[in-house]
Design a protein around this ligand. Structure first.
Ligand SMILES: *Cc1c(COP(=O)(O)O)cnc(C)c1O
Length: 393
């Protein structure tokens, strides 16, 4: 089959706006005409709608995902002297949110197949100072929450879900955001639900925690000029809330499109030298990212770029090897699966408006890729063994 070369971007936010332009414009001008830019009505309405979407009682809008994580931790009084467990492979914000409370992030390796936090690793990392677990529903795939909640109960730990990549994902039929004690979402523009700027939200069914986050996000005040705690300015803009309300009504449809794209990639990449992602039996992933593994990753990325295909790496440097986290005292070799993955993972274009022809073009380009090296075959075999040891991927 001959596919004409064309450009395939990694995400296409303009395509999404075109489809919604009149509704978005109307929502924005409604706010401009009101006008109540700070904690206006749209914020409250969006909070109610997003909590209901997640199957939780409360949601409190904030200025970004990292603030959502930090304020959720602070609402549970987590801070100096405490330890919080989180995976070594995530976006740096997961660990930073912990650090910014004064607590110490304690890293745990990831599961070979799902890329999410390794449950036996959690158990092994618990100390008398451990106060919370922050599992990350990475790439849109939920963590195995039942055993995580069981460990948390056993040791009296709080569980804060980092759901910043997983809006709408389900674990055993239940939405993420309703599984732990509280959860944090990001509305960074390229997330599954994205604002036109920064935004985030804390979701919980604990009334006191919701109240506490509300106070913390707004200078520590419950009533104007009465400051009960040392708060922040971490509020969600009314304009962003109005945009997010329009987009929330499309989220399930968009996630359905992503699922289709993932299935098509999976089918078209079968038999190639790449390891395609696994969806656990308990999971309904929302495919924030479509992450493959391949031995000659950097060569393939370059090859794709030459042919107009964008790709990404999530993430090329694990958290424990980042210069910013030198003080935690980890070294190379501490989290072998995370480290192996960091060298081989590659994210392919994924967004709802992606068309099947582009997916065919990407898959065909990967299928036809011949790495320029003599030991290619030997190394490819060793990667499949790394993948799961059974060849059942
Ligand atoms: C995007 C993201 C965050 C941070 O969200 P921001 O809105 O950028 O602050 C945190 N954790 C994960 C896993 C993310 O992907």
């Amino acid at each position: 089959m001959l596919t004409l070369p064309h450009k395939v971007p990694f995400v296409d936010l303009a395509a999404q706006y075109s489809a919604l332009a009149s509704e978005i414009d109307e929502a924005i001008s409604r706010v401009l005409r009101e006008p109540n830019f700070i904690l206006g009505r749209e914020v409250e309405l969006f909070e109610k709608e997003f909590a209901a979407f997640c199957g939780a009682e409360y949601a409190v809008g904030v200025d970004c995902g990292m603030s959502a994580l930090e304020l959720a931790l602070r609402a549970y009084k987590i801070g100096c002297g405490d330890e919080v467990l989180t995976p070594a492979n995530s976006f740096i914000a997961s660990a930073l949110a912990i650090s910014h409370t004064g607590a110490t992030p304690v890293l745990v390796d990831v599961d070979r197949l799902t890329y999410t936090i390794d449950v036996p690793g959690i158990q092994a990392a618990i100390t008398p100072r451990t106060k919370a677990i922050m599992p990350v529903h990475l790439y849109g795939h939920p963590c195995d929450m039942d055993p995580i909640m069981k460990i948390a109960e056993q040791y009296g730990l709080i569980v804060i879900e980092d759901a910043c990549q997983a809006h709408g994902a389900k674990y055993k039929g239940k939405r993420v955001g309703s599984l732990g004690h509280a959860a944090a979402f990001s509305f960074y523009p390229s997330k599954n639900l994205g604002a036109y700027g920064d935004g985030g939200i804390v979701v919980t069914s604990d009334r006191n925690v919701a109240e506490s986050v509300k106070t913390l996000r707004n200078y520590g005040q419950r009533e104007k000029y009465q400051h009960v705690v040392l708060g922040y300015n971490h509020r969600l803009d009314t304009l962003q809330a109005a945009v997010l309300r329009v987009k929330l009504s499309r989220l399930d449809t968009w996630n359905g499109a992503r699922r289709h794209h993932a299935a098509l990639y999976q089918r078209l990449l079968a038999g190639s030298e790449v390891v395609t992602p696994t969806e656990a039996s308990y999971a309904d992933s929302v495919w924030h990212l479509y992450v493959i593994r391949v031995v000659h990753r950097n060569a393939l990325a370059k090859h794709l770029a030459n042919l107009g295909i964008a790709s990404g790496m999530h993430y090329p440097i694990p958290i424990h090897l980042q210069p910013a986290y030198q003080d935690l005292g980890y070294t190379r070799g501490d989290f072998p699966i995370t480290e192996q993955h960091a060298e081989h993972i590659m994210s392919l274009p994924m967004y709802p408006e992606l068309d099947p022809c582009s997916i065919e073009y990407v898959a065909e380009t990967i299928q036809n890729f011949v790495p320029n090296t003599s030991d290619g075959h030997i190394r490819v075999e060793s990667l499949s063994n790394v993948a799961d040891g059974t060849g059942s991927l």
